[in-house]
Design a protein around this ligand. Structure first.
Ligand code: NAP
Length: 309
């Protein structure tokens, strides 16, 4: 019969989960890493990562994910593709329900389920998703060779991906709801110096229109003035929402945004349940701190297990 109980289960294989997997496998813990899609999480949506130490020339998100997985596999990472749909965290032995297989149980759980792009929620967005509306410049930029695209957002993702898009599109118009970008100064300077990026400030996207694909982006500025941008694609890069649909949010005392609060050791309010990476309630969402939290969580899980026995 297949094994159904583990001392440690790690949910999600982004940078936090893969690092937790590396630490657990290397420590020879009785562990299982569960992932429902491709290993790597959101770094697979990132063209280039310049601020992960150890790669002086930077590294693509895809390559970094591959290297993280290979490193964990070197220590015999035990992993499974599966979709956890719900869980019971009320007993010392935690129980995870999976979509297509038997439930699994564990003594400690590290939640690394990450986050996903936030939608704008405006007319035309859903209808034209995949037909000119995109949430991933890394995935879709090559479709816009010699075209004009809009990027909505003013954070690191929007600015970094606007710069990436200029490798393909003739013109990139970045639309931000304020008159100042949230992105770090170094990215701002790069974007301002790029002749193929222009900026529309103090404006919100209100509607996306087109028949076969995106043709128009409707805007309203903060004075109420409306305008229409003729455009071939719209990249919506306005932050992230938590991947928390499988989590008991009341028991984990999720914050107002649905992210999971922890202490500095990544311990949630439920004994034996840790949270690491973008699902954690926090200000800074970087690959490096996701990885760090994955390591911290395994060490906290080991301490919890030692105190159990
Ligand atoms: P973010 O930092 O939360 O920025 C979201 C941006 O979208 C903000 O400029 C925000 O405007 C805007 N926005 C939010 N909701 C909006 C709406 N409904 N309509 C229009 N605009 C809206 O998100 P992010 O850029 O995706 O970054 C997520 C995390 O990953 C951050 O911690 C970021 O630092 C990190 N990250 C780091 C790097 C890097 O270090 N190179 C690269 C990518 C991401 P306001 O500014 O007005 O709030």
């Amino acid at each position: 019969m297949a094994k159904t109980h583990y001392k440690l289960i790690i949910l999600g294989a982004g940078p936090a989960g893969l690092t937790a997997g590396l630490y657990a496998a290397r420590a020879k813990m009785d562990h299982l890493l569960i992932e429902k899609g491709a290993e790597g999480g959101q770094i697979l949506l990132t063209d280039w990562i310049d601020n992960y130490p150890g790669f002086p020339d930077g590294i693509s998100g895809f390559d970094l994910a591959e290297k993280m997985l290979a490193q964990a596999n070197r220590f015999e990472l035990n992993s499974l593709f599966g979709n956890v749909v719900s869980m019971d965290l009320t007993e010392p032995v935690k129980r995870l329900e999976l979509e297509d297989s038997d439930p699994l149980t564990c003594n400690t759980l590290i939640i690394c389920s990450g986050a996903h792009p936030r939608p704008l929620g405006i007319p035309g967005e859903k209808e034209l998703a995949g037909k000119g509306v995109s949430y991933c410049a890394t995935c879709d930029a090559p479709f816009y060779r010699n075209m004009h695209v809009a990027v909505v957002g003013g954070g690191n993702t929007a600015v970094q991906e606007a710069i990436h898009l200029t490798k393909f599109a003739d013109k990139v118009t970045l639309i931000h709801r304020r008159d100042e970008l949230r992105a770090t100064k170094i990215l701002q300077e790069k974007a301002f110096a790029n002749p193929n990026i222009d900026f529309i400030w103090n404006s919100n996207a209100t509607k996306i229109q087109g028949t076969e694909g995106v043709e128009e982006l409707h805007l309203k500025n903060n004075d109420g003035k409306e305008s229409v941008l003729k455009i071939d694609g719209v990249f919506v890069l306005i932050g992230v929402l938590p991947n928390n649909e499988m989590l008991p949010l009341d028991i984990l005392k999720a914050d107002a945004g649905g992210f999971i609060p922890t202490d500095l050791e990544t311990r949630t309010v439920v004994p034996g349940v840790l949270a690491a990476g973008d699902i954690r309630s926090k200000e800074v969402r970087q690959v490096i701190n996701a990885a760090g939290e994955g390591a911290t969580a395994v060490l906290a899980a080991e301490t919890y297990l030692t105190n159990l026995s």
